[in-house]
Design a protein around this ligand. Structure first.
Ligand code: MN
Length: 716
């Protein structure tokens, strides 16, 4: 078994001849011992896996610590080795790497929503205190993929899926295309075997013709460049199966239509040569307009640099050409890993860690950046200081603002969990409620039997969501008190006005309440206690109804009178005229309860206005004869549009508070605009659906109680 490490030693000595090979051998012996009784699913000794992972890292020419980290990466989780032991044996740096990889292993990835996948990718970057942790993780995943055939088909598909969702995008973002492509192609093979093999077959059948064509192009270009004195390495560019497949799917094209399968890459010594080569290419073949991209002047966010152009090739085919220096090529293949490659003395650069820190921030940026200015902007944004990522016990990732405490977490999961939170376990240990969560924490809320929020919590929590929910709780608690106070007030008033007590407890009161959008007896009592509805007014109305009901029973309306009122198609009856088209006027938007007058239009039926509408005043003087009596049909139940204007002090949250009143009353708004003025005043215009005047009056009262609202006006 000892012999197995020799190829690795040889590979490292190639690029890092002076490294401490003894250190590497010790790590290997340690890993062998730790995993000695373990086998992989393939039946091989377990040690084959960490050794291969280390080999992949050595292929990236990473520093010795990374390679050793690769050898030891499974010793904690799979062999139960203590972190302290690793620290004692191999030092802090290696311990940090192994610990980091172990933590990442505890994440659960199973078929996530896209948002979860994005969170997980961010989390990876935020969590890995050292970028090398991710490099080791990627190498680990790559070797697992290479040996995927030993798993069941279902497991293969699952691992392939999560590789495409999490790991390949990460490798892409870090610019490590070497690993990204292999991850994608293997995952593609397991995820969609039929499509994969079909594509392979079709590419094979056309390969020789294509290769011959490319060879001709390369020869021609090489001669021209040599004549200019440019030393260049020109390669036919292998296209990766998965990227071809993605292009076919995205553009809904057949393989034959994906033109840039024909591609070549030119590697030269200097930036000057890059542009000179571009000139040669463009004189040899006609460039395709709009396809030239200068990623040398404007590097991609993952530091990729190159010139891209497409030209019409010798046979009229479109040919994609990339031109870059060897240095740029290394960055293109290895991405961030290129910066961790062994270089003597490089680690002594004091700015190095700082550079890495911002690099990580840029890499985190989700979208490719469009221009250099945007690129510079991202340098200033501190993406990680204001967010923490923590886990639920189920392994879901949750994004919270920095400074968040377990209560924020609990309220984010469920309101009830927040209310009942009596403590929390973070990473298995009890923590106080003011414990500030850190990225990577696994948070488990301890739930009490009964909800028991405390007002002190308002000072602890960081998220507005938690604050709102705690406040709501206290509002609701006061409510019970309000309900009993309101009932007492109503009963007192009923006695005073001589109304039967039953009436302020039952059906009739409930019906009356509906006009104020109060839908339960408790709501009505609470509204009375809060002074929103006056007890005296309610009792008076009940009394009046009572009286009317008695009269109706006693003296039925005369038949003639009934017939004189038209049927009511829109909730409005017109006196003496039948079958008229009736519509509500938009100049004053009347609602049930408003005093109204009808106006017989020329050919468009009766328009119904509020009595105080200025048009009506006009017509009273000039066309008195066209005005008719109209009345609301009480049985009619519909909503009516009106406009309101609210003015108040311009502050954050004013509009939200106004909208909260509407939503509490279940009133829908079809139009809302808000504008601020220089004078610190804000005006909110609303178009809302109202059932009747009483509801409107009630709404106005409630709106006036919103903090910083000065005036509420119905707009005519
Ligand atoms: Mn592993």
């Amino acid at each position: 078994m000892r012999m197995a490490i020799e190829p690795l030693v040889a590979r490292i000595q190639q690029y890092n001849p002076h490294c401490d090979i003894g250190f590497l051998r010790r790590a290997y012996d340690f890993a062998c011992e730790a995993h000695k009784d373990q086998k992989r699913i393939s039946g091989e000794d377990f040690i084959v896996h960490p050794l291969e992972v280390a080999r992949i890292l050595a292929e990236l020419e990473l520093d010795l610590q990374s390679v050793v980290g690769g050898l030891l990466h499974d010793t904690m989780e799979d062999a139960g080795i203590d972190l302290q032991v690793i620290r004692n044996e191999f030092g802090d740096e290696v311990a940090l790497l192994v610990d980091g990889v172990t933590k990442l292993r505890r994440l659960s990835y199973r078929s996530k929503e896209e948002q979860q996948a994005e969170n997980l990718r961010k989390m990876f970057l935020a969590m890995a205190k050292d970028v090398r942790v991710i490099l080791i993780k990627l190498a680990d995943r790559l070797h697992n993929l290479r040996t995927l055939q030993y798993h069941s088909v279902a497991k293969q598909r699952e691992i392939a899926q999560e590789t495409l969702e999490i790991f390949a995008p990460l490798a892409h973002r870090l610019g490590i295309y070497r690993i990204k492509w292999e991850l994608e192609d293997i995952a593609f093979r397991h995820r969609e075997p039929e499509k994969y093999y079909e594509l392979v077959q079709r590419l094979c059948s056309s390969r020789s013709a294509r290769e011959e064509y490319i060879r001709g192009v390369i020869d021609l270009l090489r001669d021209k460049l040599a004549a200019m004195g440019i030393v260049a390495d020109i390669q036919g560019r292998p296209k990766h199966l998965y990227s071809i497949y993605q292009k076919m799917v995205a553009q809904q094209k057949d393989l034959s239509e994906i033109f840039d399968i024909l591609g070549i890459r030119v590697l030269v010594d200097s930036v000057k040569d890059c542009y000179a080569t571009l000139g040669v290419v463009h004189t040899l073949w006609k460039p395709v307009p709009g396809r030239f991209k200068d990623f040398i002047a404007m590097p991609k966010s993952n530091m990729y640099q190159s010139l891209h152009t497409s030209v019409i090739g010798p046979e009229g085919e479109i040919l994609e050409i990339q031109i870059r220096t060897w240095d740029m090529h290394r960055t293109a293949e290895y991405g961030i890993a290129a910066h961790w490659r062994y270089k003597s003395g490089a680690r002594e650069d004091p700015a190095y860690d700082e550079k890495l820190a911002w690099l990580r921030q840029i890499l985190e940026w989700q979208h490719e950046l469009r221009d250099a200015r945007e690129f510079m902007e991202t340098l200033k944004i501190d993406l990680f200081t204001d967010t923490v990522y923590v886990f639920t016990p189920m392994g879901d990732v949750m994004e919270l603002p920095a400074g968040a405490v377990p209560l924020d977490f609990a309220y984010r999961i469920h309101t009830d969990l927040g209310h009942r939170c009596i403590g929390a376990r973070v990473n298995g240990k009890l923590v106080p409620l003011n414990y500030q969560l850190a990225t990577g924490d696994i948070v488990d809320i301890i739930k009490g039997k009964h909800p028991s929020p405390s007002r002190d919590w308002l000072n602890l929590v960081k998220t507005s969501q938690a604050k709102t929910k705690i406040r709501q709780w206290f509002k609701r608690e006061q409510r019970e008190e309000n309900v009993s106070r309101g009932r007492e007030a109503l009963e007192r008033e009923a006695r005073k006005q001589g109304l039967e007590l039953e009436l302020v407890r039952g059906e009739k009161l409930l019906e009356l309440g509906k006009r104020y959008t109060l839908h339960t007896i408790e709501d009505i009592y609470a509204a009375v206690a809060l002074g929103v509805v006056a007890a005296s007014a309610l009792v008076a109305k009940l009394k009046k109804q009572e009286r009317e009901a008695r009269q109706e029973e006693a003296v039925p309306e005369p038949l003639v009178e009934q017939q004189r009122w038209s049927k009511s198609p829109r909730g409005i009856r017109v006196l003496g005229i039948d079958n008229l088209l009736v519509r509500l006027a938009h100049c004053c938007n009347p609602v049930p309860g408003d005093r109204i007058v009808g106006y017989i239009t020329r050919g468009r039926g009766v328009s119904v206005h509020r009595e105080d509408c200025r048009n009506i005043k006009l017509w009273r003087e000039r066309e008195q004869e066209r005005l008719v009596k109209v009345a609301w049909d009480r049985r009619f139940d519909a909503s009516f549009q009106i406009r309101m204007e609210i003015t108040g002090m311009d502050r954050a949250g004013l509009l939200r508070d106004v909208m909260n009143v509407l939503s509490e009353m279940k009133i829908s708004a079809s139009w809302v605009t808000a504008r601020g003025k220089k004078s610190k005043m804000a005006t909110i215009d609303l178009t809302i659906e109202i059932r009747n005047l009483e509801q409107l009056n009630y709404l106005q009262q409630k709106l006036k109680k919103v903090r910083d609202v000065y005036e509420v006006r119905r707009v005519v």
